[in-house]
Write a protein that binds this ligand. Structure first.
Ligand code: 13P
Length: 252
């Protein structure tokens, strides 16, 4: 992330929005005045990456893939390579999302090799980590996230951001307390600095919406947000984006 910019607003559309709704969404984007202080990326379903990219190529919003394979080509039916994402105009790729870990059995070792391949293809990686409610309740959240990061971080990584997304917060309307978010983000930053000697940005994800965004952005060590459900409506996505601009301008 550039030094003069310190806020990231990312939209993970998951398996949502069809061509017609994407076209409508982008009409609102074209009427909006973007800020050069914010980095932003939309992660649409793979099949619409090209379509979305063509519609917004002249706006300061990047497009990203929701995953990529650990091989750059080969006999992997149904998979998408990091190289294809790059060639189709993606700047970023999301890796290790809990929905992929849980529903598609992706483990830390596999996520690490996906991240390595993505970096070799010059994609910027947003690596998602997050604990279950049981881990949190047993007081093991910090330890669990530390292991996920230790096992997933590729060697000599560059252009990598971590998104802290507690599993129990995704799509539930429940968010950790400001203290819990601050504690986790600061732990992640310190841990990554210790093992890699690199400073890293950490985004928060999980039930971010237009109502709680202001409070979330105020939390120390939150460098931005990864938004799911609330990013599906252009109006809400832009309200979250505007809150980030406002936050930066009031904290300058
Ligand atoms: P929600 O914002 O819908 O909780 O989803 C968060 C998420 O999983 C983003 O990657």
């Amino acid at each position: 992330m550039r030094n003069d910019i310190h806020m990231f607003v990312a939209a993970n559309w998951k398996m949502n929005l069809d061509k017609k709704s994407i076209s409508e969404f982008t009409k609102s984007l074209h009427k909006f005045k973007f800020s050069n202080q914010i980095n932003s990326c939309i992660f649409p379903p793979f099949i619409y990456i090209d379509y979305l990219h063509d519609l917004i190529y002249n706006l300061p919003i990047s497009v990203g893939g929701q995953n990529c394979h650990f091989k750059s080509s080969g006999a992997y039916t149904g998979e998408i390579s990091a190289y294809f994402l790059k060639e189709t105009g993606c700047e970023y790729v999301l890796l290790g999302h809990s929905e992929r870990r849980i529903l598609n059995n992706e483990n830390n070792a596999e996520i690490k090799s996906r991240a390595q391949t993505a970096i070799n293809s010059n994609l910027k990686v947003i690596l998602c980590v997050g604990e279950s409610l049981t881990n949190r309740e047993e007081g093991k959240a910090l330890e669990y996230i530390e292991k996920q990061i230790n096992d997933c971080l590729p060697n000599n990584f560059k252009n990598l951001i971590i998104a802290y997304e507690p599993i129990w917060s995704i799509g539930t309307g429940k968010i950790p307390s400001a203290f819990e978010i601050q504690e986790m983000h600061s732990h992640i930053k310190k841990f990554v600095l210790k093992i890699s000697n690199k400073n890293i940005d950490v985004l928060y994800g999980g039930s971010v919406n237009t109502k709680n965004i202001k409070e979330i952005l105020k939390i120390t060590n939150v460098d931005g947000v990864l938004v799911g459900g609330a990013s599906l409506k252009a109006k809400d996505f832009l309200a979250i984006y505007s809150a980030a601009v406002k936050h930066l301008n009031t904290s300058l």
